[in-house]
Write a protein that binds this ligand. Structure first.
Ligand code: GCO
Ligand code: MG
Length: 403
């Protein structure tokens, strides 16, 4: 038995907000878990501090599954992003503790490495096609084997996912949500041109990905998928909102372009039908928003039965703690597909020293025991929380539109 003696939530903003849970034990070993929920950070902090931490004190940190079941099955209110991010943080911290006690990197406890490294995709974005492809070439020169292409849409003033910062985009950019205009017609014309130019300039040896950010109806997504088939995209992500999983049947009927979805999913129930009916090819649920390592492994196990591979969300709002956890998961899980990677700011990396590293298109979680990610609490305290929201979308006639 290794007794949980204390736990606290650390909120810090080294360039963007992060919420981190630290669980302490009677053996001096502590564990970290990411609890960051972009734009709703303090809700998870309160859920943990006010409702979860009091129930953890005195429990055996080794009983990861039992604590997971206690927090999920034992609660009257199940699922939802706030609950599942809080459970995820506890789960990650407990796996971190178990790894440290065992003296092993987490992936060893998950069955060991199934591959030598974790293929990651980089983000190439630009206002014009030329600018986007220049960025793609920059990443390919650094060894990336997979690149996501996002370009400005001619006729639209701004496009989500296309930033001023060339290295990363930080979309939670305002203390009250900013508003973007959206036109499906303009967008649908622009993407095939991007991919045609992409294949011409970048060739066929690199995986090309694209994120639709839930902006299409199923039939529109079917048409885009069909238009992009000649350029063999690796995946089309978040084609349509997925509350209604049956939506994807319609997309599937019309295209063989592979589909990825799930960065906003919180549980296996959000993707059960998508997986069982083989309506998607990649599941993008990730450690922090889908109940931790324990629950994500369950999702991956179901997905494996149906030829669905993993493609964990990895934008900058997933903290280095989550990235560390995701890389151990990615390295070990049999049906791994790809991992998103947008590196954090130097300030963030300084607050969260980590063992994972990049080489030749791959990340590796490193050999440090547990997750291999730490937090410098004194430094974290220098960056107080700042309210920040993702932008919203309106159609050109002023109608509120899908995120
Ligand atoms: C991605 C995502 C991000 C998210 C962001 C929101 O694929 O990387 O779509 O851009 O929108 O992480 O929290
Ligand atoms: Mg996305």
């Amino acid at each position: 038995m290794i007794k949980i003696t204390g736990a606290k939530v650390i909120v810090t903003c080294p360039g963007r907000n992060f919420v981190t849970l630290k669980i302490e034990t009677d053996q001096g070993v502590y564990g970290l878990g990411d609890a960051t929920l972009n734009g709703r950070e303090l809700a998870v902090a309160s859920y943990l501090t006010d409702h979860v931490i009091p129930c953890l004190i005195g429990r055996d940190a080794h009983r990861i599954e039992d604590i997971w079941q206690f927090l999920y099955r034992g609660a009257y209110w199940r699922r939802g992003p706030v609950t599942m991010s809080a459970i995820a943080a506890v789960d990650m911290a407990l796996w971190d503790i178990k790894g440290k006690v065992a003296g092993l990197p987490l992936y060893q406890l998950l069955g060991g490495a199934s591959r030598d490294g974790v293929m990651v995709y980089a983000h190439a974005n630009g206002v014009s096609i030329e600018e986007t492809l220049e960025r793609a070439e920059h990443y390919i020169a650094q060894g990336y084997k997979a690149v996501r292409l996002q370009s400005g849409v001619p006729g639209l003033k701004s496009t989500y996912g296309v930033s001023k910062d060339k290295d990363r985009y930080e979309p939670a950019d305002a203390d009250i949500p900013s508003e973007n205009l959206w036109s499906t017609e303009k967008y649908l014309r622009s993407v095939p041109a991007l991919f045609e130019a992409g294949r011409e300039k970048l060739g066929w040896d690199v995986h090309l990905l694209h994120d639709i950010h839930h902006r299409l109806t199923p039939i529109e997504a079917g048409r885009l998928g069909k238009d992009l088939e000649p350029y063999r995209p690796f995946w089309l992500e978040d084609a349509t909102p997925a509350e209604n999983q049956a939506n994807f049947r319609l997309i599937r009927q019309h295209t063989t372009s592979p589909l990825a979805v799930g960065e906003v999913f919180n549980s296996i129930w959000d993707c059960k039908q998508l997986i069982e009916e083989q309506l998607i090819d990649y599941i993008r649920a990730t450690v922090v928003h889908a109940g931790g390592i324990t629950h994500l492994r369950r999702i991956a196990g179901l997905a494996d039965l149906y030829n669905v591979r993993t493609g964990c969300h990895g934008a900058t709002d997933l903290s280095p703690v989550c990235m560390g956890a995701a890389l151990h998961f990615d390295l070990s899980v049999p049906n791994f597909g790809v991992q998103e990677y947008m590196h954090h700011t130097e300030e963030t990396d300084a607050v969260f020293p980590h063992a994972y590293s990049y080489a030749d298109g791959m990340l590796h979680p490193g050999e440090a025991p547990g997750l291999g990610v730490d937090i410098d609490e004194a430094l974290a305290a220098k960056y107080p929380y700042r309210r920040a929201y993702l932008p919203v979308n309106r159609l050109e006639d002023g109608s509120m539109y899908n995120w």
